[in-house]
Design a protein around this ligand. Structure first.
Ligand SMILES: O=C(O)CCC(=O)C(=O)O
Length: 315
C-alpha cells in the first residue's frame, strides 16, 4: 500500500515555517483570522457547524452511549439504560450513582471508528479553515479525541499542557488542533482555557499529573514568564470550532453543571510530515494534487491512510 509520508523532510520547529505550505491554498479564513492564529496561537470560529453538520456526530455519540449503557446494564450496575433521556444529560445520569472509576473504565476520551466521526473529520468547512493555515494537502492526524466531560468526574478537568508533549519526538509540524463543542461550552461545564502566544516557545518540560489517574501530561505554568496572567477562557456555543497550534498551552476546568460537556478534538497536518503511526492510522483528508487518493469512509473504517482502490490510483 502507498504511504502518505514517503519522504519526511528535516525537522522544522518554527511555527513561522508555514508560508510555503500555504502557497496556492483556497481556504476560507480571512487574512485577519490567519494573523490572529499566527500571533495568538489560536482562532475561534463561532458557529462553524450547523445543526445539520452536527447531527452525524451526535448520532455517533449516541451509538457509543447506547453501547456503554448496555454494558452497565449487563454488569448489573444500572437497571435503566435511559434511552429517552436528552442527549446532553443521558451519559451524566447513567453514571450519577456510580463511582468515577466506573466511568474511567471506558476511558477518559474515545477514539472509536464510527461513521459520524469520519463525516466530521472530512467536513469541508473544517478543511477549508485548515487549508488556509497549511495549504491544500491535508492529512488527518491519528490523534483525535471524543471528550465526554461528565460532571463530578476527575477526568473532566484537563491540566495545562501543550499537545506536542504527547508526541515530542514526532517530526511533524505544524499540527493544528480543531476543537469543536457539541453542547454550549461554558465556564460552568468546563470550557477550554488558553495561554495566548505560548505557541512561540519551545516544547516545555512536562510531567504526568497524579490527581485523576488518567495519565494527563502537564506543564508548570507558574514558571512561564507572563504566561498565566494572559489566561483566556473560551466559552463558546455548540458548533463553534477553536483552532490551535500544538504548542499552545491550554487546559480545561471541571464540569460543575448537570450535563455532559461533549466535544471532539481533531488534528490536521501537511501530508509531507510524520504520520505518527504509533498513535494509530490517520488518513488523507484533502488533496488537490491527488484527489482520487483521499480516504473515504470505508478506507477510514479499515484504518487505511489513503483510498485503496488501485484501479483509480495513479501509476
Ligand atoms: O476538551 C478539553 O477539555 C481539553 C482539550 C484538549 O486538551 C485538547 O484538545 O488538546
Amino acid at each position: 500500500m502507498r504511504t502518505i509520508a514517503r519522504e519526511i523532510p528535516a525537522r522544522r520547529d518554527s511555527v513561522e515555517g508555514n508560508t510555503r505550505m500555504r502557497a496556492g491554498n483556497q481556504g476560507n479564513l480571512s487574512p485577519a483570522q490567519v494573523e490572529q492564529y499566527d500571533t495568538e496561537g489560536y482562532l475561534v470560529l463561532p458557529d462553524l457547524l450547523t445543526e445539520q453538520d452536527m447531527a452525524p456526530v451526535r448520532g455517533a455519540l449516541t451509538e457509543k452511549v447506547d453501547r456503554i449503557a448496555a454494558e452497565l446494564v449487563a454488569a448489573g450496575l444500572i437497571d435503566d439504560p435511559l434511552t429517552d433521556a436528552p442527549f446532553p444529560v443521558r451519559l451524566a445520569r447513567l453514571f450519577e450513582g456510580l463511582a468515577p472509576e466506573h466511568f474511567l473504565e471506558f476511558g477518559r476520551s474515545w477514539r472509536d471508528r464510527i461513521a459520524g466521526y469520519h463525516t466530521l473529520m472530512s467536513n469541508p468547512k473544517i478543511l477549508d479553515a485548515v487549508e488556509s493555515l497549511i495549504g491544500p494537502e491535508i492529512f488527518s492526524n491519528p490523534v483525535y479525541n471524543v471528550r465526554p466531560k461528565v460532571p463530578r468526574i476527575a477526568a473532566g478537568a484537563v491540566p495545562w499542557h501543550q499537545d506536542k508533549s504527547y508526541w515530542p519526538d514526532a517530526n511533524s509540524n505544524p499540527v493544528i488542533t480543531v476543537w469543536i463543542s457539541f453542547v454550549d461550552a461554558t465556564l460552568e461545564n468546563g470550557c477550554l482555557h488558553v495561554l495566548p502566544r505560548t505557541q512561540k516557545q519551545k516544547v516545555l518540560p512536562f510531567h504526568q499529573e497524579e490527581y485523576s489517574g488518567t495519565g494527563f501530561l502537564t506543564v508548570d505554568v507558574e514558571g512561564l514568564a507572563a504566561g498565566k496572567s494572559r489566561e483566556r477562557a473560551l466559552p463558546v456555543r455548540a458548533g463553534t470550532a477553536i483552532l490551535f497550534n500544538d504548542r499552545l498551552v491550554h487546559s480545561s476546568t471541571p464540569n460543575n453543571a448537570d450535563h455532559v460537556r461533549w466535544s471532539v478534538d481533531l488534528r490536521y497536518q501537511p501530508t509531507d510530515q510524520d504520520p505518527m503511526p504509533e498513535h494509530g492510522a490517520g488518513f488523507l483528508a484533502r488533496s488537490r494534487r491527488h484527489p482520487q487518493r483521499v480516504a473515504d469512509l470505508q478506507d477510514w473504517l479499515a484504518g487505511r491512510p489513503e483510498h485503496a482502490d488501485e484501479a483509480t490510483a495513479p501509476s
